[in-house]
Design a protein around this ligand. Structure first.
Ligand code: FE2
Length: 335
């Protein structure tokens, strides 16, 4: 139960970061165990409201069985008409179910814009996995990662051309880390960080990310904020602390001309130097609206040509030492 509180507190904070326009988001978890609904509020300030709402929401769910298969907006004011002042006029009721089982419901108090509902629904996919695993008592870090991965999938869904990008960058980064002598635990950390590297793009407007016309200086400024924003988003999740350096520094360049801090050479954390090369390799070998994907040997030649300026020459060397046939199986069109 303590783990569940911690997960909820983390998740509420995480969603506050995701939904920058939401003044506050609070969760009440309603989980059905043996037909008896227990609940937990993630924020103590709302404990009073939670206590009032739980039986009412429980009745609402009982009267609408089979209806709640996706997000449903609940009019909180209508549920507690006798209340003169309410911190929240509405909330989202989200079923925690997968094809196997219904685990219960989550009530996310707050005002939700239509475009935020889709994002939260994707995050809930991770939460369902989390609730399922809570019963198997797996490690908290794995559970939080499941939730965050859902958010990454939601970002990639914004743009068809980036679908699967983080996953491939993670695979290349793991192989590079192992090749460079990292042990399995360290390489797994690099893999996790690589999955999360672009999470800050959640704060970049969709039309800037998918723009076909040349980007304006203002657009670039917005895009270049994503490493710092990503670091801020993940900071509350203490278990992901080792990934923060990659999220912040994956656009630094070896010669010091990158961003956000203009770090140079060995000043850039090695894990960020690895993910930077893996990120570029995937960008080159992926389809883009304006060009065909490069074959892997051409992408490798580009990495070599930019070793010492953009990329760490040691990382480039490790890339060249990877099995090209194996790499070719991982390219976007091979997946
Ligand atoms: Fe990035």
């Amino acid at each position: 139960m303590a783990e569940r509180s911690l997960v909820l507190a983390n998740l509420a904070e995480f969603n506050r970061k995701l939904c920058r326009d939401c003044k506050a988001v609070h969760y009440i978890l309603l989980v059905e165990f043996n037909e008896d609904i227990s609940y937990q509020a993630s924020n103590c300030e709302q404990e009073g409201l939670a206590g009032e709402l739980i039986p009412l929401v429980k009745n609402w769910i009982a009267g609408n069985k089979g209806v709640v298969v996706g997000p449903v907006r609940l009019n909180i004011a209508a549920l507690v008409p006798e209340r003169k002042t309410l911190p929240y006029q509405s909330g989202l009721l989200l079923p925690l179910n997968n094809h196997m089982q219904n685990y219960g419901f989550l009530l996310a108090l707050g005002e939700w814009l239509p475009e935020q509902v889709g994002l939260v629904w994707a995050v809930i996919g991770g939460l369902v996995e989390l609730v399922a695993r809570l019963r198997e008592e797996v490690h908290l870090g794995e559970m939080m990662l499941a939730v965050v991965k859902s958010a990454v999938t939601a970002i990639e869904a914004k743009d068809a051309y980036t679908r699967g990008h983080s996953d491939r960058v993670a695979k290349y980064s793991y192989l590079l880390a192992r090749r460079m002598g990292f042990d399995d635990d360290q390489a797994e950390m690099v893999r996790t960080a690589a999955i999360l590297h672009d999470i800050g793009k959640i704060g970049v407007r969709d039309w800037v990310l998918t723009k076909k016309e040349p980007l304006t200086p203002g657009d670039w400024e917005e895009i270049r904020r994503h490493p710092e924003l990503g670091e801020k988003i993940l900071r509350p999740i203490t278990l992901l602390a080792p990934a923060l350096a990659v999220v912040r520094h994956h656009h630094e360049r070896y010669d010091g001309s990158g961003y956000p801090d203009g770090l140079k050479g060995e000043e850039i954390p090695i894990s960020a130097r690895i993910v930077s090369a893996a990120d570029a390799f995937d960008a080159m070998t992926s389809n883009r609206p304006y060009r065909q994907p490069f074959p892997s040997d051409r992408a490798l030649r580009e990495l070599v040509a930019n070793g010492g300026t953009q990329f760490d020459p040691r990382v480039v060397e490790a890339f060249r030492a990877l099995d090209l046939k194996h790499l070719n199986h991982m390219l976007p069109e091979a997946m």
